[in-house]
Design a protein. Structure first.
Lengths: 519, 298
């Protein structure tokens, strides 16, 4: 099962639901008051991270909300993890080998690791965790990514062997996600998973006051070394402007914001510095290639050609971001336009393509636009509407709050959808769920293409980096040629880092693992 | 229970509305009314020009190369984040606000007055039902009630107008009910009933004209509140749909740009302030114009 949302994870933010915003501004201001600001980053006292949403679950295997993944990612460990640039690195496994046929992965586990409840970590925990993910009854988010595993062996306490039904190069990347966290076999058998998190990560669970804050404590026995932060608090401040106010008042050590408008207001201050980090997530106009004129590839290409990506980014995100093609992983950086039969923004060419497709007079489309989930959706939609009007495509905006939007999106009940989709370091994990047969999000993808499915399968079947690069380069080109969607830009995430905070490094996947080394 | 008019004791005199022909002249004689009338006519002209699309720039057209430009001879009020002309958008925004305000207040005035006059004239269970219903509506804060209605109906100017009408109907009911209680017990009404004048004629020819003065004044005040409410709903993303210009929507969009482009917030906000103050001044003038004791004042 995959997350029932357009993104890999879901942000819970306010913004459009304004009554909530009105109320929460007051709440936020209260939370920013001096009474809540007796913290400092160093000296072992509380390190406060302000963000707009709260966690919603305590089970990492079921976590879809982004805040939940950020939090539980600090409590639990995984077999392997990714570096900020997407390289696979050891975590609970110190080394691993892949058999020559690619169907067996042999992991050597770290010894001397203990769970936060004091019991020792062994290979039985890994076996129990993976089997729990693969059990359909669990409803684990990463099940579809690990489905190639047909058997897990634990020959001794520090060895785990994964037997695969077919080679899967993306499997290691799948094992790095929070949704593939290793849980305690004891907790799994006792059915206590999701009640009180018990991990092997850098921080131990302390308390959760729903809607207000989550408190973690530094795990002195963490195998990577005890974190310098002794007490870590995630505080929910539903309005990003209030987070900014709190940072100006030094009420928080770290503020997480995503609205480029708020980032513009942040400017320079003595109390904090603004750090921008390009995210793996991408902004896109999804086209439903199973409806009306959009069934025609040339029409989709015309729409893609009509859109000047840079203009969308400039107007919606004040120029913060990077124009992108389909694949956003830094390890697979290709031309964002190779495959398109035009230069994006070439209105004349786009009009001639529409005319050749039999739509010289244009046509009308309705696009769903989410309000409240992320700040730039409305502005993106307005700019796309303006750009497409130039080729005679009348784009009507249908604004929906998160629930109805996700529902319409999952049912593919749209002509077009302005979306912010989650990215991944691995291209197969990004698009396998959309464009392979049986992919969990094949319906909202809006297009069936055997060429795309074959390329994705080929890319996932080999671990040879050269072959993967070639295959995924062709995948990107084919995606742009088919133009099922119009990829526009990768936005920046913004981090307001307190002036007395040291060692914090943001990541493209928006996880906060560098808090382990932050003081 | 009887549905016949109840005979109530007179509760005091209700001034009759002065003759229609003299109303504009009477407003003009009042300083506030003069200012209000002048500016509201000016705003109406600007709004109509905007709605007819005869201004130099298209309020919807985006010119990304001219993003966030300050006021100039080309763009009088500057441009927004899409390079759209703020002057043209403000003009259409005034049209949007006035349209919603006029439609919603007209609906509220008609429905509220009918309910209020019915309650005051018939009394008894009609009065009880109407009054309790109005009490319930009054129990909700106005903006909360408007938010609830527009959330249920969806956004768009028609639904915004309905939401505002629902909010202001109870006010008109209250305003019309009180004077009707007085008028309903007056000798000339009793005389009409004794003479066998049909009930609709009594209500339309004898009751309504004599309770209209406070309703008319209330209309001008409600118009200014309606403009504020429409702006608030649009600001919150529940009113006018983008890219249609709305003053509240423009203020909302300007929150992120005001620090570096003051004009994006200043002009739409100023338009709201001017419209609201103007309608209040006009309301003052109208109140004076309809005050029968005005001419006898020193």
């Amino acid at each position: 099962m995959t997350p029932p949302t357009p993104r890999g994870g879901v942000r819970f933010r306010t913004g459009a639901v304004a009554l909530t915003a009105t109320v929460t501004v007051a709440a936020g201001l209260a939370a920013c008051s001096p009474s809540g600001s007796q913290n400092s980053s160093s000296g072992g006292s509380t390190f406060v991270v302000a963000r707009t949403g709260d966690i919603d679950k305590l089970d990492p295997h079921l976590a879809t909300a982004f805040q939940t993944q950020q939090t539980l990612g600090l409590v639990y460990s995984t077999l392997v993890k990714t570096s900020p640039t997407g390289q696979i690195q050891p975590d609970l496994a110190t080394k691993w080998t892949t058999s020559s046929d690619g169907k067996t992965l042999d992991f050597t586990l770290r010894s001397g690791v203990t769970w936060q409840d004091g019991s020792p970590f062994t290979s039985k925990d890994v076996k129990a965790s993976i089997e729990r993910i693969l059990d359909q009854k669990t409803g684990a988010v990463s099940r579809s990514n690990l489905v190639a595993i047909k058997k897990v062996d634990a020959p001794d306490d520090t060895s785990v062997v994964l037997h695969l039904s077919q080679p899967s190069a993306s499997l290691l990347y799948s094992l790095t996600t929070v949704n593939s966290s290793i849980e305690s076999a004891k907790d799994i058998s006792a059915g206590t998973v999701g009640k009180k998190p018990n991990g092997t990560g850098a921080f131990a669970w302390n308390a959760w006051n729903p809607g207000q804050q989550v408190v973690l404590t530094g795990n002195a026995k963490y195998f990577g070394g005890a974190p310098k932060i002794k007490k870590l608090e995630f505080r929910v401040i539903p309005d990003e402007s209030s987070i900014l106010s709190g940072m100006k008042a030094s009420a928080f050590q770290l503020g997480l914001i995503s609205d480029p408008g708020v980032a513009r207001q942040a400017g320079k201050a003595d109390a904090y510095s603004l750090v921008k980090q390009p995210a793996l997530a991408y902004h896109v106009l999804m086209l439903n290639g199973r409806k009306g004129p959009l069934k025609n590839q040339q029409v989709r290409q015309a729409i893609s050609c009509a859109v000047d990506r840079n203009q969308v980014m400039q107007t919606a995100a004040y120029g913060d971001g990077t124009v992108t093609g389909p694949i956003t992983s830094p390890a697979f950086a290709y031309s964002p336009t190779d495959g398109l039969p035009c230069t994006p923004g070439d209105t004349a060419k786009a009009k001639s393509m529409l005319a050749a497709a039999g739509y010289a007079q244009g046509f009308s489309l309705t696009t769903i636009v989410e309000t409240g989930e992320y700040a730039t959706a409305g502005a993106e939609a307005q700019n796309l509407q303006s750009q497409l009007a130039k080729i005679g495509v009348k784009l009507t905006l249908k604004q929906l709050s998160t629930g109805p939007y996700v529902s319409a999106w999952l049912d593919a009940d749209y002509d077009a959808a302005v979306a912010l989709n989650g990215g991944s370091y691995d291209p197969f994990l990004m698009y396998g769920r959309y464009f392979t047969s049986g992919g969990s999000l094949a319906k909202p993808a809006g297009l069936n293409s055997s060429t795309l499915a074959d390329l994705l399968t080929q890319g996932n079947a080999t671990s040879d980096d050269g072959k993967r690069q070639g295959t995924f380069r062709n995948l990107q080109k084919e995606l742009l040629t088919e133009s099922p969607w119009v990829w526009t830009f990768r936005s920046d995430d913004y981090y307001l880092v307190g002036s007395n905070v040291h060692g914090f490094t943001p990541r493209p996947d928006e996880l906060l693992s560098s808090l382990t080394a932050t003081s | 229970m009887s549905v016949l008019p109840t005979v109530a004791e007179p509760m005091g005199s209700v001034p009759a509305a002065p003759g229609r022909s003299s109303l504009l002249a009477r407003i003009w004689r009042d300083r506030n009314g003069r200012i209000g009338l002048t500016v509201i006519v000016l705003l109406a002209v600007i709004a109509v020009l905007g709605a007819l699309g005869v201004l130099p720039h298209d309020p919807i057209a985006q010119h990304p190369a001219a993003r966030l430009q300050g006021p100039s001879s080309r763009y009088w009020f500057g441009t927004d984040q899409f390079g759209r002309d703020i002057a043209a958008r403000a003009a259409v925004g005034i049209w949007t606000s006035l349209r919603v305000a006029v439609v919603s207040v007209a609906a509220a005035a008609v429905i509220g007055s009918v309910l209020g006059i019915s309650a005051g004239f018939f009394g008894g269970w009609v009065d009880q039902i109407v009054s309790r219903f109005i009490d319930i509506l009054f129990a909700f804060p106005a903006i909360l009630l408007a938010l609830a209605v527009v959330s249920a109906l969806g956004n768009g100017w028609q639904n915004t107008a309905i939401a505002i009408a629902v909010v202001y109907t109870p006010i008109f009911t209250r305003v019309s009910r009180g004077p009707t209680l007085t008028v309903g017990g007056a000798e000339y009404i009793k005389a009409q009933r004794v003479l066998g004048t049909p009930l609709p004629r009594i209500l339309l020819r004898h009751v309504l004209p004599n309770v209209s003065a406070p309703i008319v004044v209330q209309v001008t005040l409600a118009l200014s509140w309606a403009i504020l409410t429409e702006s608030a709903l649009s600001f919150l993303g529940l009113g006018t749909r983008p890219p249609t210009p709305s003053l509240g929507l423009m203020v909302s969009d300007a929150r992120n740009t005001v620090a570096t482009a003051w004009w994006t917030l200043t002009f739409p906000a100023l338009a709201i302030v001017i419209a609201v103050i103007t309608l209040n001044l006009l309301g003052d003038g109208l109140r004076s114009a309809l005050d029968p004791r005005r001419d006898s004042r020193p």
